[in-house]
Design a protein around this ligand. Structure first.
Ligand SMILES: NC(=O)c1ccc[n+]([C@@H]2O[C@H](COP(=O)([O-])OP(=O)(O)OC[C@H]3O[C@@H](n4cnc5c(N)ncnc54)[C@H](OP(=O)(O)O)[C@@H]3O)[C@@H](O)[C@H]2O)c1
Length: 322
């Protein structure tokens, strides 16, 4: 495993982040394709043994049970000081007023629930899970800053939004002397590259680390276009993200993986790891082989010709995943 600094911070993270949305009680929340605790634990352990130190979850994943499973497994298999633990806030946790969003009340309440479920007294990276258009930016940024000062959070990050929204939050924090975001967790992979227009140049200019979510397009980049899996059949959000024209990109991945004699996932992840702006893709792993491929991708060097061949068939997409 390789380790890099997260953006312009001094924080070391593994070049592969384990996406823990895959781990959660299937009949809690909205992801019926998740692995239960017994099936999740060996994968979390395998990731640790492969040198992965960076784990991403969210309060909303499987109604909080992802945080519970991940927190318990990390306590059993790792030393807390060695781990960079990331979670998120914004999604709806309860019906009714103040059950979601980035108000001061929601942020202060949700961090305490996350810490309890994770079984830890701090989160390394606390990320806002989208922009909240119903809360003043000043209110959110000051609340996040207060969490850092209270020792509950080490760094703050953001996730999928327009570049102007991210920029507004950053300059608001700067104007007040509050903590700024150190990372952007966004939707970026070979079949969704709209982030290259505005967000990625902004992050590069500002020294913000980039953590792509769904780096394998939720599995689309790993198999023939028309093949379904148990997850893809029930992944309702995932079914809204991609389009027929993406088939040509998947075919390019297939061709290059075939020439190299390696699984397609390695090629698709290696392409992301070659992008200067990318710190660590957040990979979803539901089988041991998925982790093996993710780790192997870190050592796979693509030629300029291969990169050009992978990029050529891309067709622009409507904004997806905000
Ligand atoms: N911030 C956000 O809004 C946001 C949104 C989405 C995700 N995320 C984060 O990003 C993480 C990753 O998301 P994701 O699970 O959608 O990512 P992904 O890595 O694009 O997709 C994972 C899926 O791809 C397939 N796969 C992975 N490796 C493979 C391999 N080597 N060979 C064949 N198939 C392989 C598996 O599909 P099957 O299980 O179908 O076989 C697996 O479930 C999440 O856990 C979460 O932490 C964040």
């Amino acid at each position: 495993m390789q380790y890099v600094k997260l953006g312009s911070t001094g924080l070391d993270v593994s070049r592969i982040c384990l996406g823990c949305m895959t781990y959660g009680v299937p009949d809690r929340g909205t992801h019926e394709w998740t692995l239960d605790e017994a099936a999740s634990r060996p994968l979390i352990r395998q990731a640790l043994e492969a040198g992965v130190t960076f784990f991403d979850t969210a309060n909303v994943y499987s109604d909080g049970t992802s945080e519970e499973i991940v927190g318990k497994a990390l306590a059993d298999f790792a030393r807390r000081d060695d781990i960079v633990l990331a979670t998120k806030v914004n999604g709806r946790m309860r019906p009714g007023p103040n059950g979601a969003g980035l108000s001061r009340k929601a942020v202060m309440t949700e961090i305490d629930h996350s810490l309890r479920r994770l079984g830890t007294d701090y989160v390394d990276l606390y990320q806002i899970h989208r922009f909240d258009p119903h809360t003043p930016v000043e209110e959110t940024m000051e609340a996040l800053h207060d969490l850092v000062k209270a020792g509950k959070v080490r760094y703050i990050g953001a996730s999928s939004m327009y570049a102007w929204q991210f920029s507004k939050m950053q300059y608001t924090a700067e104007r007040h002397g509050w903590t700024k975001f150190v990372s952007m967790q966004n939707h970026y992979n070979l079949v969704y590259r709209e982030e290259e227009r505005e967000m990625l140049p902004l992050c590069a200019d500002q020294g913000v680390g980039v953590l792509p979510w769904s780096p394998l397009a939720r599995g689309r980049l790993t198999r023939d276009w028309d093949t379904a899996t148990g997850r893809s059949a029930t992944d309702t959000f995932g079914s809204t993200l991609y389009q027929e024209g993406d088939r040509a990109v998947v075919e390019a991945v297939t061709r290059i993986a075939g020439e190299r004699g390696v699984p397609r996932a390695r090629v698709a992840l290696a392409w992301l790891l070659h992008q200067d702006t990318v710190t660590a893709p957040i990979v979803g792993a539901s089988r041991p082989g998925h982790l093996e491929d993710a780790v192997a991708a870190v050592g796979l060097t693509l030629s300029e010709t291969e990169i050009e061949e992978l990029e050529r068939p891309y067709a622009p997409h409507p904004i997806a995943g905000h």
